[in-house]
Design a protein around this ligand. Structure first.
Ligand code: SAH
Length: 400
């Protein structure tokens, strides 16, 4: 965690003590301590700042406290913090500067990635002149923090609108009062963006996540580099992969179970002057039908939703990935390209690679790994925080 604000004022904040297990975790660089490893006094405010000490009273840093989450504290600094809104503003400015340095060829990207930007519980996505914000913790929901956040984003990025996407379930879990999604600044919530030269419509009020899967943006360009022949984009959503593949492929078909997503995908293809085929259906059924009717493709993208939401779902998730990849491999011509993804944090990179290898054995094909990729750089991975790394994207060349 960077040392940004080191206040030396005497502390009014309550102190919480962490167990030896909790303090070992903090020393290893992880910012979270679970409730079972924290002793908090009665006067700790939900979402408040707390001084963190070990059992002997040695100061370990400053954290944000949640009265309801299993993650009782999230470290925000190794130093005392005198002014939380000022620290939040500084961290947002640093996050914006990081993007200016490393994010290219797009006006749609993640500006703030929670722990990855030392701002636990805050997500900010930029869609050209519209920002879409998600607040996931008690600490980020206080009026003072919200105020600093909006003011800094306006100063730094000059948006025409800032829209807050509310996840009712998360507010309930954090014991925060219900709140509706809506504009928190400005008037604009719809716009148009351009990623890698491909245009997309954006509406902050609609769609999944904050409107798009920005974490795949660099993988779209990588996939397009290898794509050829007839292409199938399975779980296509608004056509992120499909539209990037279109200039390289003789035809592109996108498949998704969500009609509203496909309606946007269709508008996106018109916006780019392309004709693509969109099919509404269940990917598992469709792949089964297509594979048994002997269809063949040059390129297939498989990018399903997270199958393993918890560790308990792991086996079921692996079976799901195996089936999708097996059916896709059967339909790829020799020399074909498989782009296969998993966004389940609980499925590790090696688990995923193994499941794809298993599918290849069953399909009697050999696969050569062209690229093993992850999430785009605007979703920074903190090496000491495994939870910040979740997306896997393998690009493979298929041999019979
Ligand atoms: N590739 C997309 C993101 C895919 S997210 C992109 O880059 O933008 C997963 C998508 O799978 C969602 O659009 C969701 O509507 C769709 N989906 C979920 N279950 C499905 C199923 N059984 N069959 C087809 N689509 C499904």
């Amino acid at each position: 965690m960077p040392k940004l604000t080191a206040g030396s004022a005497p502390h009014a904040e309550p102190s919480v003590k962490v167990s030896p297990k909790g303090s070992a975790r903090l020393k290893a660089g992880h910012p979270w301590v679970y409730r079972s490893d924290v002793t908090a006094p009665d006067d700790v405010l939900p979402g408040g700042l707390v001084r963190v000490t070990d059992l002997r009273g040695k100061f370990l840093g400053t954290a944000l406290y949640s009265s309801s989450s299993q993650i009782a504290i999230r470290m925000i600094s190794h130093e005392p913090v005198a002014d939380l809104p000022a620290l939040i503003a500084e961290r947002i400015r640093a996050a914006v500067a990081y993007r200016k340095k490393f994010v290219t060829n797009t006006d749609a990207y993640r500006v703030v990635f929670s722990e990855g930007d030392f701002l636990p519980g805050l997500i900010v996505d930029r869609y050209h002149d519209v920002l879409s914000v998600q607040i996931l913790t008690q600490a980020m929901d206080t009026e003072a923090v919200r105020g600093a956040m909006v003011e800094t984003l306006v100063e730094e990025l000059k948006p025409a609108g800032i829209y807050e996407r509310v996840d009712a379930r998360i507010r309930e879990l954090e014991q925060l009062p219900a709140r509706a999604s809506g504009l928190v600044w400005g008037q604009k919530s719809t716009t148009e963006v351009s990623m890698n030269g491909v245009r997309f419509l954006h509406d902050s009020k609609e769609g999944q996540k904050t409107g798009a899967f920005l974490d795949q943006r660099e993988n779209y360009a990588a996939a397009a580099h290898y794509a050829h022949g007839e292409a199938l984009d399975v779980f296509c959503y608004h056509g992120g992969f499909a539209l990037h593949l279109a200039p390289k492929c003789s035809s592109v078909t996108g498949v998704d179970s969500s009609r509203p997503a496909l309606e946007v995908a269709d508008k996106n293809s018109a916006l780019n002057g392309r004709e693509l085929e969109w099919i509404e259906g269940n990917a598992f059924d469709l792949l089964k039908d297509y594979a048994s009717s002997g269809r063949q493709y040059g390129t297939i993208v498989v990018d399903p939703p997270a199958f393993a939401k918890t560790k308990r779902d792991l086996d079921k998730a692996l079976r799901g990935y195996k089936e999708l990849n097996l059916r896709s491999l059967k339909m790829l011509r020799p020399g074909g390209i498989l782009i296969t993804c998993s966004c389940s944090f609980h499925v590790s990179a090696s688990d995923f690679q193994e499941v794809v290898a298993d599918a290849a054995r069953d399909a009697h094909k050999s696969l050569r790994l062209l690229e093993s990729r992850g999430q785009a750089k605007d979703h920074p991975i903190l090496l000491n925080v495994p939870e910040t790394s979740y997306l896997k994207c393998l690009i493979l060349s298929v041999n019979d």
